[in-house]
Design a protein around this ligand. Structure first.
Ligand SMILES: Nc1ncnc2c1ncn2[C@@H]1O[C@H](COP(=O)(O)OP(=O)(O)OP(=O)(O)O)[C@@H](O)[C@H]1O
Ligand SMILES: [Mg+2]
Length: 311
């Protein structure tokens, strides 16, 4: 329903977006996964009309549009990366204020405000000033404020960064509810797990470029890697000299050690396993467990970008 084509944007000293092609399907959630400075917020700002693009087109239901188009503007809801709330007003007052900005009748605004506060687990605290809220509570209200006018297309810019697990779960549940009600969502994140678990499709944005996009299964197919191997070592084996193990294989596979688990991924890993294991055994490493896993987004990200995206 929203197609972005050859979209570019440069700041005076930096090309932030380079020929972006991206497609949002109606009723689906697209995760835009990228590290700090990848260009996520720049893209959200352009799509929400806060910033101008240098080149490229944006089509909405197959028709090229300007982001100033009033029907488009009414149909989008933008959850900004920075909290945009009045700290000296209550959550309830903040939401009613946003309702009035969207031109909602007061009765409608009140009804929606009550529902959103309940859905986001903030109803009991609704009359407290926002400045007395925790970071996670502010994040939740920041989401609610963007959705009062019931937009069909929602842009969320890293809505769960640095918050407590309870707030995060409430946000995830709320997003599931939005998905069930048929909303189309563009969700930026640098959390691999979020992109993998929440989103229908994933686009990897790296240094202003879309490296790859598709469902997780499509990304697996494109990456040509189906499996990775996780080798669990005994704690006494640490630290492990990965360089020594990987020397022979570094051109074929990627190696990643976290705690006691060494993950190796790459095309043909299962076939190369006996060789790899004998290399490790020759180095007197004691292996606790070996598991062949279907590759996850972490392996895919590493393959396409050449580096690990760590949270
Ligand atoms: N107003 C600006 N002027 C100059 N450069 C900018 C401006 N805004 C962003 N940039 C640069 O453009 C690049 C992309 O920034 P952007 O904020 O879009 O990244 P991001 O993916 O949202 O990062 P983060 O995960 O940190 O929010 C960065 O290198 C940033 O420094
Ligand atoms: Mg950002």
């Amino acid at each position: 329903m929203l197609s972005i084509s050859a979209l570019s944007k440069s700041y005076p000293n930096h090309a932030a977006l380079k020929q972006i092609d991206l497609h949002l399907q109606e009723g689906k959630m697209l995760g835009l996964l990228g590290p700090n400075g990848a260009g996520k917020t720049t893209l959200i700002n352009i799509l929400s009309g806060l910033s101008k693009r240098d080149a490229g087109t944006i089509s909405w239901f197959n028709k090229e549009i300007a982001t100033t188009d009033s029907r488009y503007k009414q149909s989008i809801g933008v959850v900004p990366q920075e909290i945009s709330l009045y700290q000296d007003l209550s959550a309830y007052q903040n939401l009613l204020f946003w309702g009035s900005l969207y031109g909602l009748k007061k009765s409608v605004s009140k009804e929606k405000t009550d529902r959103i506060l309940q859905d986001l687990g903030l109803y009991d605290r609704r009359h407290d000033l926002v400045k007395t809220y925790s970071g996670g509570m502010k994040r939740r209200i920041n989401i609610g404020a963007a959705l009062l006018h019931d937009p069909s297309l929602i842009f969320m810019d890293e809505p769960t960064v640095g918050i407590d697990p309870q707030s995060r779960n409430l946000i995830y549940n709320y997003i599931e509810k939005l998905k069930t009600s048929g909303k189309t969502i563009l969700y930026t994140t640098h959390y691999l797990e979020e992109a993998e678990n929440l989103c229908d499709r994933i686009a990897i944005l790296d240094n202003g470029k879309i490296i790859v996009q598709g469902t997780l299964d499509e990304l697996r197919t494109i990456s040509k890697i189906q499996e990775s191997v996780e080798i669990l070592l005994y704690a006494t084996e640490l630290p492990v000299d990965i360089a020594a193990i990987s020397a022979e294989y570094q051109h074929r596979f990627s190696f990643y050690l976290k705690d006691h688990a060494l993950t190796i991924s790459g095309s043909g890993i299962a076939e190369a396993l006996p060789d790899l294991l004998s290399t490790m055994i020759n180095q007197s490493l004691k292996i606790k467990k070996i598991e062949i896993k279907k590759i996850n987004l972490e392996n895919i990200f590493l393959q396409f970008t050449g580096y690990q995206l760590r949270d």
